[in-house]
Design a protein around this ligand. Structure first.
Ligand SMILES: [Zn+2]
Length: 461
């Protein structure tokens, strides 16, 4: 039985999907105003593993990951500039170009790490009509209010269980919330569902639901609404898109642990206020990533982008390094922690190259049981490494698929194969200069070269 830790209940629970053999999973996607870094990659690698493991267990996963292209303000607070608009102002590029460029970069990051593409990646800006309808419903049900300024806020004290995901009492949140400059909020903890366009902004009329925005002309992402021109808050987009693609209640909602509060807390409040049903049955959060013990963030200037990490380590090595630490624990990105993945990749791939046709089912089941234990990847990888000689090629291949590892033998890589043939010949003639040159070229094509007295092995990286 697959057990997974649920942030909402604070317990490890048996996983049971709403529909047999099907899982609906929503993971908060990127705000596309800048490149992602390996900290973001860790979150997507966690949910890729969950996706792959559920596939292994026989589930068909409908995996929705949103693209935030509007409404995410600088500092995650209720004030400040939209992150994407700020980037457009800094670079002089249009909002449309910024959004397209960083969405592509995100998809490229996923692909380069061998992350399975989600079933759908809906964009917030393409769901404005749905957002407006959702917000109108919350107003009519008494959970939200419109202010003279044209903002719409969610009234947290109308939802007595507000705080249940982050395990805080509403009273504590109300007294602990920093007083923000908005004068039109009833309570500081109320959060924006819809923000009025900044006064003086040359907001141009847009039909709700329009997909193309003339950002070249206006520099704004602004839509008409019953409350005047404006744009949606960040939290509401996830409530709207998860309901649209997965229904009122779905199986798994996940993201990084820093989104538990306020983002996910607000999503629950909005969605459950509207539908009266639980938003998701399992709330799953991946731990943070640090770099040499320090938080990785753009403001600290210590971020490592995925393409840069891939210059030092292969996608297989990054995956194995990250998965050495169970997903809920913090992962420290250091030379040592990453080198562990390199060594493990070498060992596993080497064992696979000499694996037999017959494998030990009990050993294989032990590895799967470790994964069923709230995805204890650390233990699963330890067992795999220890028992590598007892597993068949087929069992290896099933594990490659669960862990998202890609094994391309030198025989399958025609260019590398040709070089290795030339190298064998050079070695037989004791032409060591040519042999060394070929070795370097083979390494550059992504192979580890291991020589013995009699032969050479080329292990994919
Ligand atoms: Zn979200």
């Amino acid at each position: 039985m697959f057990q997974i830790y649920n942030t909402l209940t604070g317990k490890r629970e048996n996983f049971k999907s709403i529909k047999p053999h099907k899982v609906g999973m929503y993971v908060c996607g990127p705000t596309v105003y800048d490149y992602g870094h390996v900290g973001h990659a860790r979150t997507y690698l966690t949910f890729d593993l969950i996706n792959r493991f559920l596939n292994f267990l026989g589930y068909k996963v409908n995996y929705i990951q949103n693209i935030t292209d509007v409404g995410h303000l600088v500092g995650d607070a209720e004030t400040g500039t939209d992150k994407i608009k700020k980037k457009a102002q800094e670079t002089g590029e249009s909002i449309g170009d910024i959004v397209r460029h960083y969405t592509e970069a995100h998809l490229e990051d996923l692909k380069s790490l061998n992350i399975l593409e989600p079933s759908n990646l809906p964009k917030a800006s393409e769901h404005i009509k749905d957002i407006v309808t959702f917000v109108e419903d919350l107003i009519s049900k008494g959970f939200a209010y419109v202010t003279e300024e044209g903002n719409v806020y969610f009234s947290v004290n109308k939802k007595p269980d507000y705080g249940k995901l982050s395990h805080r009492e509403l009273a504590e949140i109300l007294t602990g919330t920093r007083v923000e400059p908005e004068k039109d909020k009833r309570l500081p903890a109320d959060f924006a569902l819809w923000k009025a366009a900044p006064s003086g902004a040359t907001a141009f009329a847009r039909e709700p639901g329009a997909t193309e925005v003339n950002s070249e002309r206006s520099g704004e992402y602004v839509w008409d609404s019953p409350w005047g021109k404006g744009f949606p808050g960040w939290h509401i987009e996830c409530s709207v898109m998860s309901q649209k693609y997965l229904g009122d209640t779905f199986d798994i909602h996940g993201s990084a642990v820093e989104h538990v509060f306020p983002h996910h807390e607000n999503e629950i409040a909005q969605s459950e206020a509207k539908t009266g049903a639980p938003l998701a049955n399992y709330w799953v959060h991946s731990g943070m990533l640090t770099l040499n013990g320090r938080k990785m963030s753009k403001s600290l200037g210590n971020t490592i982008r995925v393409p840069d990490a891939l210059k030092d380590y292969s996608a297989n090595e990054i995956r194995l390094s990250f998965y050495q630490t169970p997903y809920r624990q913090p992962f420290d990105y250091t030379r040592e922690s990453m080198t562990q993945g390199v060594a493990l990749r070498s060992k596993l791939f080497n064992s696979y190259m000499s694996a037999k046709e017959e494998g030990n089912d009990e050993r294989f089941t032990e590895i799967i049981s470790a994964l069923s234990d709230d995805l204890d990847t650390h233990r699963a990888l330890d067992l795999w490494s220890e028992q590598a000689n007892s597993l068949s090629r087929e069992q290896f291949e099933r594990l490659f698929s669960v862990f998202g590892l890609k094994f391309v033998s030198i025989e399958e890589n025609l260019q590398a194969k040709k070089l290795s043939d030339e190298r064998d010949e050079a070695r037989s003639k004791k032409d060591f200069l040519t042999s060394d040159n070929r070795r370097n070229e083979i390494q550059q094509l992504g192979y580890e070269v291991v020589d013995t007295d009699t032969s050479s092995q080329y292990i994919p990286r």
